[in-house]
Design a protein around this ligand. Structure first.
Ligand SMILES: C[S@@+](CC[C@H](N)C(=O)[O-])C[C@H]1O[C@@H](n2cnc3c(N)ncnc32)[C@H](O)[C@@H]1O
Length: 237
């Protein structure tokens, strides 16, 4: 399982691929998830308590755009992602009368925030890419206030057969569409298949989240079986 982390060269390559997804990210994501991604994001938004929320791996702002009524901090290691997200998210926030969100460059593994400074931490379609998931989970726990939730969404892999079907879907369904939309054979969604292949099972991460010190760890595979929502809480005082 990929808890071993990623080589520096793989991390650089992954970042280059993620950068290349920016112009077509939402279009391909909607297609890949059969239009379900908006519903999954809404489920996460409904789980957020009021207060200060951190999204780790905000990408171009696809989730953050619709987070309303919270103090929002968006973190990503890629400056260009933060630039696209800031424009999109803060213009949506200003039209709703929400104060601007903050955009911070950094990684899950080394969060540039004080201990006990967030009422929730969420991460959608980013956990799979964290180069050291245990370190990222421990950091998430450190910055959460006692009893506050962690919510993670990423592709599900219930077992080896489900994983095999997931790889097939990504290669054939998503891969073909991405090749057409990007107009090139070496499109960045090839990395989705690679990181998914190396990703552990839904249960592996229930265990890892618990081992990192979270309580009340749950995983729910959401319709139509393509994604999992992991939820947990930092220990209450
Ligand atoms: C696919 S985008 C997700 C965008 C958005 N969260 C959404 O709901 O669609 C994944 C983002 O995670 C970021 N990421 C990758 N590894 C990370 C890490 N170790 N720490 C923080 N963010 C990371 C990437 O730079 C990328 O922008």
């Amino acid at each position: 399982m990929d808890a071993r982390g990623m080589e520096d060269s793989e991390w650089d390559e992954l970042q280059r691929n993620l950068l290349a997804t920016i112009p077509v990210y939402d279009r391909i994501n909607r297609f890949a998830t059969l239009g379900q991604v908006s519903r999954w994001r809404r489920i996460v938004r409904d789980l957020l308590p009021s207060g200060r929320v951190l999204e780790i791996g905000c990408g171009p702002g696809s989730f953050a755009e619709d987070v309303s009524g919270h103090d929002l901090v968006c973190l990503d290691p890629i400056p260009e992602m933060l630039i696209s997200a800031e424009e999109r998210v803060n213009s949506a926030r200003s039209s709703r009368g929400d104060p601007p969100a903050e955009f911070i460059e950094g990684t899950a593994e080394d969060l540039p925030f004080e201990d006990n400074s967030f009422d929730a931490v969420c991460s959608l379609f980013s956990f799979r890419d964290w180069f050291d998931k245990k370190a990222g989970l421990e950091e998430s726990l450190r910055v959460l206030r006692p009893g506050a939730p962690l919510i993670i969404v990423d592709p599900s892999k219930m077992n080896r057969i489900h994983g095999f079907l997931g790889v097939l879907l990504m290669k054939v369904w998503v891969g073909t569409y991405a090749r057409i939309i990007c107009g090139e054979k070496e499109h960045p969604w090839k990395w989705l298949t690679k990181t998914y292949k190396e990703f552990g099972t839904t249960r592996d991460y229930v265990k890892m989240i618990g081992d990192c010190g979270f309580e009340d760890v749950k995983a729910r595979v959401i319709f139509p079986g393509m994604a999992t929502i992991w939820s947990a809480r930092s220990p209450s005082e």
